[in-house]
Ligand binder design. Structure first.
Ligand SMILES: *[C@@H]1O[C@H](CO)[C@@H](O)[C@H](O)[C@H]1NC(C)=O
Ligand SMILES: *[C@@H]1O[C@H](CO)[C@@H](O)[C@H](O)[C@H]1NC(C)=O
Ligand SMILES: *[C@@H]1O[C@H](CO)[C@@H](O)[C@H](O)[C@H]1NC(C)=O
Length: 372
């Protein structure tokens, strides 16, 4: 019996258009690496966007767009050498496709059909290895999630690339999931990502693209964080309430009169004092999921006046996790300041379009993430 599912994650964004005669030319040439670190470069015909990807994790490694002066900047975090996607112990999950279950899963445990407190050992209960919060949480799909798996390059053109991954029930997940991720660049500053997956058995599937944005690309050496420079707007009135392991309690927080209210644009740091411990003990910053008011047409926008670059992200997913890189400490790309400089905490914001976090542990929501 083969269950067919079609899960489409459509992530697209549009960047402001600028008139300029300067081509969006990335500075370092593509590295000639072996699979799964092979680099594919895509270029929109109008030169508005140039993007590079590698097979491991179907990962976006560079994204060059023009600033208000017509000069190209690479607006996503990453490494000079894509092999560090595999070796960096900090493992920030730079811009990869994350699966089979993104974000946090309580104790790595779920049942099919789902239940709030599955009994370990029962026949319909699955146990995925934990890798976060002192062994109490499975984060981003397991010890080696899809972001560190060897996707294969299926096909490519000058403007589009498709990667394939077969997840044959690694780390105890039920059934085999076959996934295709297609990235496409288009005129007018558009990058579109579509992920489709089919499963041979009932399984939870929840995916995201874990892109870290810094729209100034660190071109002003005196500014290391996004707090004062980046404006954020989210069409959402509710944030998921979480416990001390950042697992949803099932309740929602009304954003009115809180530091979560980005319905009107704010700089990310506008209410920074109120973010102490929002992301867990000893942590300052955002790491929460906003549920879009219109769950089919949610929008997150981010822009910086310094570069004049703006990104509008829409997707067919109901929510966005916003993570302000609260634990970041990783050496920068050369064109972001190089080996002498690190990406530090709050140096970028990850905007992860996705489903409800841990809905498989929260049956009262009535959100079905079991693909069948
Ligand atoms: C958490 O998972 C472990 C197996 O790794 C299991 O022994 C334990 O009972 C689970 N705890 C809860 C509260 O479900
Ligand atoms: C990916 O492929 C490389 C090269 O063949 C191999 O060394 C590595 O173990 C593979 N990784 C996974 C997660 O399968
Ligand atoms: C959120 O709080 C505001 C202000 O108290 C209130 O007007 C609004 O109705 C609340 N929204 C929800 C969904 O409860």
């Amino acid at each position: 019996m083969v269950y067919k599912i079609l899960l489409t994650l459509l992530l697209s964004f549009q960047l402001a258009r600028f008139t300029s005669s300067v081509a969006a030319a990335p500075s370092p040439p593509p590295q000639n690496k072996d699979w799964p670190f092979d680099v594919t470069e895509l270029r929109a015909p109008d030169g508005s966007v140039t993007a590079k990807f590698v097979s491991i994790g179907a990962t976006l490694t560079e994204l060059w767009v023009k600033d208000k002066y017509g000069k190209a900047r690479d607006v996503v975090l990453g490494y000079d050498d894509p092999e560090q996607l595999w070796t960096d112990p900090a493992h920030p999950v730079f811009n990869a496709i994350v699966g089979r279950y993104a974000n946090r899963l309580k104790n790595g445990t779920f049942s099919i059909p789902i239940s709030r407190n599955p009994t370990p050992g029962a026949p319909n209960v699955f146990q995925i290895p934990t890798n976060a919060h002192n062994g109490q949480v499975t984060l981003h799909g397991g010890i080696v999630g899809w972001d560190r798996r060897n996707w294969t390059l299926e096909r490519k053109s000058r403007t589009s690339v498709t990667y394939k991954h077969i997840d044959a029930g690694h780390e105890n997940w039920p059934g085999t999931v076959t996934a295709y991720a297609t990235h496409t660049v288009e005129n007018g500053g558009v990058l579109k990502t579509v992920v489709k997956a089919t499963a041979t058995e009932k399984t939870p599937i929840m995916l995201t693209q874990h892109t870290y944005w810094n729209l100034d690309a660190f071109q002003d050496a005196t500014v290391d964080t996004v707090l004062d420079t980046h404006h954020l707007q989210i069409t959402s009135s509710r944030v998921l309430d979480v416990d001390t392991n950042m697992i949803p309690t099932g309740k929602f927080i009304n954003v009115s009169n809180t530091a979560f209210d980005f319905r009107r644009a704010q700089t990310i740091g506008a209410r920074w004092d109120a973010t102490t411990a929002l992301c867990g003990e000893g942590c300052q910053g955002y790491d929460s999921e906003w549920i879009y008011d219109d769950q089919k047409r949610g929008r997150t926008s981010l822009w910086s006046d310094a570069s004049g670059i703006r990104v509008d992200i829409t997707s067919n997913q109901p929510a966005v996790q916003v993570y302000t890189s609260n634990w970041m400490n990783t050496v920068r790309k050369t064109h972001h300041g190089g080996a002498a400089k690190s990406y530090g905490k709050w140096s970028a914001v990850a905007l992860e379009q996705q489903g409800y976090v841990a809905a498989v542990n929260t049956p009262e929501w009535g959100v079905d993430q079991i693909c069948k």
